[in-house]
Design a protein around this ligand. Structure first.
Ligand SMILES: *Cc1c(COP(=O)(O)O)cnc(C)c1O
Length: 364
């Protein structure tokens, strides 16, 4: 068994030398590194989930509803905007939704475009589907410049354009005008990744309102963040019914288990309770932003459940110093910045204390 390794296998040429996605999963007292919701399901929700799973358990000898009809109707109802089940599609996490989009609209000889820094999975999924990747830089304030975006789209004619709003890791939400300009210019599909939509500040719009006018626009969402269901793996999208039809060509039969469908449907019934916790997290985020600014850090305005802050000559040292104090954050984004997920008040005070300790109480 020795000596034989990955490089000895007949792995696809275009996958050679790649590294898998890998946010560290370390066992630490304060984990603020993967934008999870810190609030576990309430006992009431946990009980409802257990009951829902028990109900489907007696039917697990049968394949699940291949079209996840009930769940998609519930998701459409949650999204509003007059959407119907035929405009919604669901899969095991929004990453699977994105992969299906790439499988349909990307592939060899095709390209996808994104505006970086952004979510690292976009180029990774693009790569594993053998689609070309074109990265454009965001502006200094992490905004997407509409004029530059349109010019690049016109020049490159990508088959898929990714917009992330609110953006990970910067927290930046895009004005509708930018999304409209991109959707207007793009010859292919435009994917607006709205994984953090529920965390956006009052008055920040969602691209869902643009769907009626743009049949090649896709808005992806997830239950991993606001709905505190990262472990359940449920992502979804809203788009024109024709887009949903197209995704049927690549989805595996019965891809979404009966358990996943039941769990997600039950969590949706608790939307009010779960969104109450989101409100708390938004307030905690705004407090964190203010506190960081007050202590001399630069921050990017955030419409998400995390904050990108800096700037550090040696961010690795700051990240390590925090980890040594039991606080795990994420070393991501531009080289002088770090990203911290908003946790509970207790977790945030542990973070604040550790950060001041590591940076000598920074305020310059
Ligand atoms: C966390 C995140 C997702 C979520 O992925 P899931 O597969 O649904 O857990 C999608 N997009 C972005 C930008 C994210 O940060």
């Amino acid at each position: 068994m020795s000596e034989f390794g990955l490089e000895d296998l007949p792995v696809r040429d275009d996958l050679r030398g790649r590294t898998p996605y890998g946010a560290p999963q370390l066992d630490v007292p304060v984990a603020l590194n993967t934008n999870e919701n810190p609030y576990a399901p309430s006992p009431r929700l946990a009980e409802a989930l257990a009951r829902a799973v028990a109900d489907v358990a007696i039917g697990l000898n049968r394949y699940p509803d291949r079209d996840a009809t009930r769940l998609r109707a519930a998701l459409a109802g949650y999204l509003g905007h007059g959407l119907g089940a035929d405009q919604v599609w669901a899969a095991n996490g929004s990453n699977e939704v994105l992969q299906q989009i790439l499988q349909v609209f990307g592939g060899p000889g095709r390209t996808a475009m994104g505006f970086e820094p952004s979510y690292s999975m976009h180029p990774i999924i693009t790569g594993v589907t053998n689609t070309g990747w074109t990265a454009l830089p965001r502006a200094h304030d992490f905004a997407v410049d509409a004029e530059a975006a349109v010019a690049a789209i016109t020049a490159n004619r990508p088959d898929i354009v990714f917009l992330t709003s609110p953006n990970n890791p910067t927290g930046t939400a895009l004005p509708l005008e930018v999304i409209e300009a991109v959707a207007h210019a793009a010859p292919g599909v435009v994917v607006v990744d709205e994984a953090y939509a529920e965390f956006r500040r009052e008055g920040t719009p969602s691209a869902l309102s643009l769907l009626p006018a743009h049949p090649r626009l896709i808005v992806s969402r997830t239950m991993s963040k606001a709905f505190a269901m990262a472990g359940a793996r449920l992502g979804y999208l809203a788009a024109h019914p024709a887009v949903v039809d197209a995704l049927q060509l690549v989805r595996l039969p019965y891809h979404l288990s009966a358990v996943s469908q039941a769990v997600a449907g039950t969590a949706l019934e608790f939307a009010d309770e779960l969104l109450g916790a989101v409100k708390q997290l938004r307030e905690e985020r705004d407090d964190l932003v203010e506190w960081l600014r007050g202590h001399g850090f630069t921050i990017a305005d955030s419409d998400a459940n995390f904050v990108l802050f800096g700037e550090f000559d040696d961010r690795r040292a700051v990240w390590q110093g925090l980890l040594d104090r039991g606080v795990l954050i994420r070393e991501t984004g531009p080289p002088q910045w770090l990203r911290v997920t908003v946790g509970t008040p207790e977790e945030m005070s542990a973070f604040r204390e550790a950060l001041l300790d590591v940076t000598g109480g920074r305020r310059r």
